[in-house]
Design a protein around this ligand. Structure first.
Ligand SMILES: Cc1ncc(COP(=O)(O)O)c(C=O)c1O
Length: 434
């Protein structure tokens, strides 16, 4: 049987730059690939991936829908570059060939290129922002709208996807409308029909999530976008929960704009965001956060990332998160999330007394499942998970229960153990509320 050391050596190789410092060794360079799944059985491979995360093995983090756990190589990149930046600060001479040491002014094309590859657009269409909220605001505040113009959202928006439109309603008299998404949402056709019914001659904007926040529903965005675009609406998609959870191809979706928070499913450091604006649609968006590039119409992504001085190490961490994603492979990463999500949902469906509010339609669900043991309150469910197995899903509210996000750092055994906890909960009288 291979020793732990041999095992790591077998897995080490061309991606070793991504590894935590303590895994690196001179001999590792000769090995094939760190993330070479062909070398081991699948669960062994995922065990190795889990080794890249520093959380104690007996603590299971299931709240990735809020903030992802960062892999150690990503954290190390941030820390190392912060130290390097500080150590070499006196060498900064403002010459073009000097290693960059601050951000907010440079286009950061290398990192934009990685993000553009993940969502499938051109570099000039991609702006590095700070999070989804900022992307939403850049569009909601940057678009010319007249009093009476209608903006359509769902009734399940996160404030970071909706509040800019509410400001416009109060400030400029636009009409804010929502389409009700059924709970649970298991019929994409019904949802498409509801959006068709909401269209009017005054509809100017469609602004909906790719994946909803509380229930993790994958909406039939492509069909809805197509319908609204045919009627001349500007379409913007909130992909805060989508990038790194499901495949995202903005060109295939056909939307005008798309924004996300890579600190969730792409496991990047918080403080990073991305905003895509289609080249043809970009002239419709005014710069609202303006600095030297505010009128750069040739590179609209650069124009929309005028943040002033910010943290280069955090941005480098975003690049490292993208490298980590590519080194595992988008297909393998995204399928693993889907498989673990399906495993959880299949198990939950077998437990009496559990109601699932998320979709179980194969095309409408991936890594997030929101459910309740009907006799229990959400906070009590969350506490029970921690008391029994140090597991941390997120309590949503007493109507919806807990939201359970699964990611590549989970094992099948952890999903099964979570199901045992739910089983026990369902067989136990709910604790009295304090
Ligand atoms: C669908 C959706 N949109 C927007 C946001 C806001 O993200 P952020 O706080 O990173 O800007 C969230 C956060 O959970 C979300 O789930």
């Amino acid at each position: 049987m291979a020793s732990r050391r041999q095992f790591f050596q077998m897995m080490l190789g061309s991606f070793s730059f991504l590894l935590p410092r303590y895994f690196r060794s001179p001999s590792s360079a000769a090995a094939t690939s760190i993330f070479n799944p062909a070398a081991v059985a699948p669960e062994k491979y995922w065990e190795f991936v889990r080794e890249q995360f520093p959380q104690p093995k007996d603590e299971v983090f299931f709240n990735n829908g809020t903030l992802g756990a960062m892999p150690t190589p990503v954290v190390e990149k941030v820390v190392d570059s912060l130290q390097e930046l500080n150590r070499t600060i006196a060498r900064w001479d403002y010459r073009p060939n000097h290693p960059r040491w601050f951000t907010g002014y440079a286009p950061e094309n290398e990192i934009r290129e990685k993000m553009a590859r993940i969502v499938h657009c051109d570099v000039e269409e991609l702006a590095l922002t700070q999070n989804a909220t900022m992307g939403m605001n850049e569009i909601a505040m940057g678009l010319d709208l007249q009093p009476g113009d209608e903006v359509i959202q769902t009734d399940q928006e996160h404030p970071g996807g909706s509040c800019g439109w509410l400001v416009r309603e109060k400030r400029h008299g636009i009409v804010y409308k929502t389409v009700k998404i059924p709970v649970p949402p298991n019929d994409p056709g019904e949802i498409i029909q509801r959006f068709a019914d909401a269209l009017t001659p005054k509809t100017r904007v469609l602004a909906i999530p790719h994946i909803t926040s509380a229930l993790g529903t994958i909406l039939p965005v492509k069909e809805i976008v197509q319908m609204y675009k045919q009627r001349g609406a500007f379409t913007v998609i909130d992909g805060a929960q989508a990038v790194g959870q499901i495949p995202v191809d903005v060109k295939d979706l056909g939307c005008d704009a798309y924004f996300s928070s890579p600190h969730k499913w792409l496991l990047a450091p918080a403080g990073n965001g991305l905003l895509y604006v289609n080249k043809e649609s970009a002239p419709n968006i005014w710069t609202i956060l303006a600095s030297s590039q505010w009128d750069n119409q040739k590179d609209p992504g650069y124009r929309l990332q005028q943040r002033g001085t910010g943290s280069l190490p955090l941005l480098i961490g975003l690049g490292a998160a993208a490298d980590f994603f590519f080194s595992i492979g988008p297909e393998r990463w995204l399928s693993r999330i889907k498989e673990l999500g399906d495993r959880l949902r299949a198990g939950l469906q077998k437990i009496d007394g559990v109601e699932i509010y998320s979709s179980v339609h194969p095309k409408m669900c991936a890594g997030m499942t929101t459910y309740r043991v009907t006799t229990w309150k959400a906070a009590a469910m969350q506490d029970f998970f921690w008391e029994k197995r140090k597991m941390r899903p997120r309590a949503i509210n007493d109507r919806l229960g807990v939201r359970h996000s699964v990611h590549i750092y989970h094992s099948e055994a952890e999903i099964d153990a979570a199901l045992e906890v739910v089983q026990e909960m369902a067989a136990t009288p709910a604790p009295k509320s304090p």
